[in-house]
Design a protein around this ligand. Structure first.
Ligand SMILES: [Zn+2]
Length: 476
C-alpha cells in the first residue's frame, strides 16, 4: 500500500493536536451518502463511502469534490454493502485513494454486486442524458458517468476482508475492530481506538428480533459514538404481529385464487420475505403455492445469503449446513429470463416477489400492469416508499396509476406491512447506545426530526450531543 504521508502537506487541515476530529462527507444531516472521515493525530480513516440518493443526488452531491484529499486517507472501513454506504468508493479510488478497504467478507461480496449494478445504471443514465442533450441542441460530449466498471474493479482490488472481532492496525496508533450490526448480510459496527480513546461508528444497526441475523452485538465502552438515527423517533411493530399480518394477507389472497405481488429491495428484504413465506408454509399457516422470485439482483443476493452463513442466525446457518434452503418455499422458482418473467402475466394463485422495492422500475412494473387491475389480487408493500415514487402513489390510495405507459386501475387490495424493517427502532438504538455509555454522541444518518429525537434522549442521559455538518471539522 502506498503511504499517503508524503502528500499530507497539501491538505488544509486544522491542527488536531492528538485528539479525534470528525469531518463528514455525507449522511450527517440526511440519510444517504454515508461517509465520515475520522482523524486521530496523523491517521485518517474514512468510515463508508456511500452514494447520495434522492434530492441530494439530483443536486449533484455525488459529483461534488470530497471535503478532503482522498490521497491522504490511510484506509477506508465499510460497515455494510448498501449503496448509500459504498456507492462512491469507485469514485474515491478514481480520485486518488490508494489505501486498503476493510470490510467483512460478506460485505465485500454484497458490495461487488451493488457497485457493478451502480456502474451499469450510471452508464445507462449518462447515455439517456446524452440523447436528451443532443435533442435539445446541447453538448452531449460533456456527460460522463460518475464511474465505470473498470473503476469498480480498481476499487475492489483494494479490498481486505476482516472477521468480526479481529483487531486491525491502520497506522499511527490507530486500530479498529468490527462487531455484528445485525442490519444486512455482513453488516458491522466499527470500534476505533487511538490516543487512548475509543470512537465507535454504528454503521446501520438491525433490530433485536430481525429474523435473519443475530441482534447487534453489544459494543465496548466508548468515548464517542457516531450513531445512525434512521428510526430515532419511531417504534416498530413487533415481529410476531408483522408475521401474523403478512400471513393473513397471503393466505386470504391465495385461497381466493388471487396472486400476491411483493415488491422488494434486493438486499435483505427479499431474503426476509422468502424466509417468511417458506417458514409460514412449513408450519401450515399459508397454503403451498408457487412462489416466484423475479428479480435478477435479488436472486444474486439470495445466493450470497446461502454462501455466507457466518453472519446469519445460528439456526439458519445450521439448516444451510444440513443442505436445507431456508429461503426456498416448497414450490420455489427463480426466473432466469425476461420471457419467463412475462409469462407470469397469465399466472393464477402465485406469489411473485420482484424488484424494485419502491416500484420505480424493474420487473415489478410488468406484474403491476398485468395484475393490479384484478380485485382478487393483493399488493403487499413491505418497504419504505419515498415521496414521488409509484409505490408511494399506490399506498396513498390512488384509484389508478400509470405503469409502463398504460393507465391501470388499482383494483387489487393494497397492504402496507411495516415490521419488515432492517433498522433498529428508537428503543433498540437507545439500548445499544447505553451499552457503549459514551461521553459524547454524534447522531448521523437520519432526517432532522429523527436525529433531534435521538439527540434529546441522549442528552437526558447526560451524553454531550455533537452536530456534524458536511465538510466541517468537529472535535470529538
Ligand atoms: Zn443500510
Amino acid at each position: 500500500m502506498t503511504s499517503p504521508s508524503a502528500r499530507r502537506r497539501t491538505e488544509a487541515d486544522a491542527p488536531s493536536g492528538d485528539g479525534w476530529v470528525l469531518r463528514s462527507a455525507g449522511a450527517c444531516q440526511g440519510v444517504t451518502g454515508s461517509a465520515h472521515r475520522l482523524r486521530c493525530g496523523d491517521t485518517r480513516v474514512l468510515i463508508d463511502a456511500g452514494m447520495f440518493q434522492g434530492r441530494d443526488a439530483e443536486a449533484g452531491a455525488n459529483e461534488a469534490a470530497w471535503p478532503f484529499d482522498p490521497r491522504t486517507l490511510d484506509a477506508v472501513v465499510l460497515t455494510h454493502g448498501h449503496l448509500d454506504h459504498v456507492g462512491r468508493l469507485p469514485k474515491l479510488v478514481a480520485d486518488g485513494f490508494r489505501g486498503p478497504v476493510y470490510a467483512t467478507a460478506a460485505t465485500l461480496a454484497v458490495a461487488e454486486v451493488v457497485l457493478r449494478d451502480a456502474a451499469r445504471i450510471q452508464l445507462e443514465d449518462a447515455a439517456r442524458e446524452r440523447r436528451r442533450l443532443k435533442r435539445a441542441g446541447g453538448d452531449p460530449g460533456a456527460v460522463r458517468p460518475l464511474y465505470r466498471e473498470q473503476d469498480v474493479d480498481a476499487a475492489l482490488k483494494r479490498a481486505c476482508a476482516v472477521d468480526f472481532g479481529r483487531r486491525v492496525e491502520i497506522g499511527g496508533d490507530v486500530a479498529f475492530r468490527f462487531g455484528r450490526a445485525g442490519h444486512v448480510l455482513g453488516a458491522a459496527w466499527a470500534a476505533l481506538e487511538g490516543n487512548g480513546r475509543t470512537v465507535l461508528a454504528s454503521g446501520d444497526l438491525g433490530d433485536d428480533d430481525g429474523p435473519l441475523h443475530p441482534p447487534p452485538a453489544a459494543p465496548p465502552r466508548a468515548d464517542v459514538v457516531l450513531i445512525e438515527s434512521t428510526y430515532g423517533d419511531r417504534r416498530h411493530r413487533d415481529a410476531a404481529a408483522t408475521r401474523a399480518e403478512f400471513a393473513d394477507v397471503v393466505r386470504a389472497t391465495l385461497r381466493r385464487g388471487g396472486n400476491v405481488l411483493i415488491p422488494t429491495f434486493a438486499l435483505e428484504r427479499t431474503q426476509a420475505v422468502l424466509w417468511a413465506l417458506a417458514d409460514l408454509e412449513r408450519e401450515g399457516v399459508i397454503p403451498r403455492r408457487p412462489v416466484v422470485l423475479d428479480a435478477p439482483m435479488g436472486a444474486r443476493m439470495t445466493e450470497l445469503y446461502r454462501s455466507h452463513p457466518e453472519t446469519l442466525r445460528p439456526q439458519l446457518a445450521a439448516r444451510l449446513a444440513a443442505g436445507e434452503d431456508p429461503f426456498a418455499p416448497s414450490s420455489f422458482e427463480t426466473t432466469t429470463s425476461f420471457a419467463a418473467s412475462q409469462r407470469l402475466a397469465h399466472a393464477r394463485g402465485v406469489v411473485i416477489v420482484a424488484g424494485a422495492g419502491m416500484m420505480t422500475g424493474g420487473r415489478i412494473l410488468h406484474h403491476l400492469r398485468a395484475h393490479l387491475g384484478e380485485p382478487a389480487n393483493a399488493l403487499v408493500v413491505v418497504g419504505y416508499q419515498a415521496e414521488g415514487t409509484l409505490g408511494r402513489e399506490i399506498v396513498e390510495g390512488a384509484a389508478s396509476v400509470r405503469v409502463l405507459g398504460r393507465r391501470v386501475p388499482v383494483a387489487a387490495s393494497v397492504h402496507t406491512i411495516n415490521g419488515f424493517s432492517a433498522h433498529a427502532d428508537a428503543a433498540a438504538l437507545d439500548r445499544w447506545l447505553a451499552a457503549a455509555d459514551p461521553a459524547a454522541v454524534v447522531p448521523v444518518h437520519g432526517e432532522a426530526t429523527a436525529r433531534a429525537a435521538l439527540g434529546e434522549r441522549a442528552a437526558e442521559r447526560g451524553y454531550r450531543v455533537l452536530d456534524a455538518a458536511l465538510g466541517a471539522d468537529v472535535a470529538l
